[in-house]
Ligand binder design. Structure first.
Ligand SMILES: NC(=O)c1ccc[n+]([C@@H]2O[C@H](COP(=O)([O-])OP(=O)(O)OC[C@H]3O[C@@H](n4cnc5c(N)ncnc54)[C@H](OP(=O)(O)O)[C@@H]3O)[C@@H](O)[C@H]2O)c1
Length: 309
């Protein structure tokens, strides 16, 4: 019997219990899945960083912590977590992100607000450029960024991506390094941020880098709030350097009601909904990793603790 602790907020248990049990069964794993175990009896922890479990030291036989979220910034620095930590790579979440990013890029590309918000008798025609004449840059070419980059490239956009290590993706100009970032920003008619929050990415989009973007560029941020220097973005919006920012993630969530983003005419705020972990597919990913652990195979999607993602 494998003991798996579900360590997330109690309200998630009814959603996850049956799909996780079904996924373990489908993987031929005999699992006792519960929200409560004596810590020393736990083999795996299915984990959400907002769970009450914050001290991992009593979980002496735990073989791995399997995160339900893609972002690990709230757990990666936990010094009591000495066992392997896997982040969530969920095909459902990836598809959801691709759909959200394509949708918001298309909104800006086509200038859809002009007609959706402007039902005022104005019959002026507005012809947007074709996708091949619009340059989209994606910062972060991981699971989510690379999928979004390729989907946008398939639609015909001129797509550039930037990552820490060099990459090779069909139909995407892949850049890395500081010089690569400068070039990627200079080509960003629309910029999509899909980097993790780490010490190296905090305030990455600062005043100096915003100034390297084309005049009138648009930003879509489903990555993490601290990637952007908020004051620098507000200043760039106010002087017209940046025409619009669609922001899904913030330093403080929920975004405080008095934050200038809420009322800013060039900002769209969405409440961290770009893409959720999808219970069914995520349960299959968790079961696969438990199966690998039990077979002595390396875990999938391990977090690089020193890089922070
Ligand atoms: N808003 C939402 O609903 C939502 C949902 C899910 C995820 N997210 C966010 O999306 C982020 C990305 O997820 P993912 O699954 O795609 O992560 P991932 O697979 O780990 O990819 C991260 C990408 O960022 C690059 N990167 C990291 N640090 C960098 C640095 N210092 N300089 C340049 N590139 C750097 C990585 O480069 P390498 O390829 O070289 O490693 C990689 O390409 C998550 O961390 C989370 O914050 C948001």
């Amino acid at each position: 019997m494998i003991n798996v602790l579900f360590a997330a907020k109690a309200e998630r248990w009814p959603e996850y219990e049956a799909p996780l049990k079904a996924a373990f069964k489908a993987a031929d794993l005999i699992v006792d899945l519960r929200m409560d175990f004596p810590p020393e009896e736990v083999d795996y922890i299915v984990y959400a960083p907002n769970s009450p479990v914050q001290d991992f030291s009593p979980y002496t036989r735990c073989k791995a912590v399997l995160n339900l979220w893609a972002g690990v910034e709230n757990v990666v620095g936990n010094t009591t977590l000495t066992m392997p930590l896997a982040r969530m790579v969920d095909p459902g979440m990836t598809q959801g992100m691709m759909e959200w990013v394509v949708g918001h890029v298309m909104r800006h590309h086509l200038g859809m607000d002009r007609n959706i918000l402007g039902q005022n008798g104005d019959w002026t025609a507005h012809v947007p450029p074709l996708a091949q004449d619009r340059r989209v840059t994606i910062l972060g070419l991981g699971e989510l960024g690379s999928t979004c980059a390729q989907a946008l490239a398939q639609l015909g956009f001129d797509v550039t991506g930037w990552s820490r290590s060099p990459k090779n993706l069909s139909d995407v100009t892949c850049l890395s390094g500081e010089a690569g970032l400068t070039e990627a920003l200079s080509r960003a008619d629309i910029l999509v941020l899909l980097l993790p929050k780490t010490a190296a990415t905090e305030n990455l989009l600062n005043a100096e880098r915003l100034a390297r973007m084309p005049q009138g560029a648009m930003i879509v941020n489903p990555g993490r709030g601290p990637l952007i220097d908020d004051d620098a973005l507000l200043a760039a919006l106010d002087r017209g350097q940046i025409a619009h920012a669609t922001l899904d993630v913030f330093r403080i969530e929920p975004l405080p009601l008095d934050h200038p983003y809420w009322a800013h005419p060039k900002v769209t705020v969405t409440p961290h909904i770009a893409s959720e972990t999808r219970v069914k597919t995520a349960s299959q990913v968790i079961a696969e990793n438990v199966q690998r652990g039990e077979s002595g195979l390396p875990f999938l999607h391990l977090v690089d603790r020193s890089a922070g993602y």
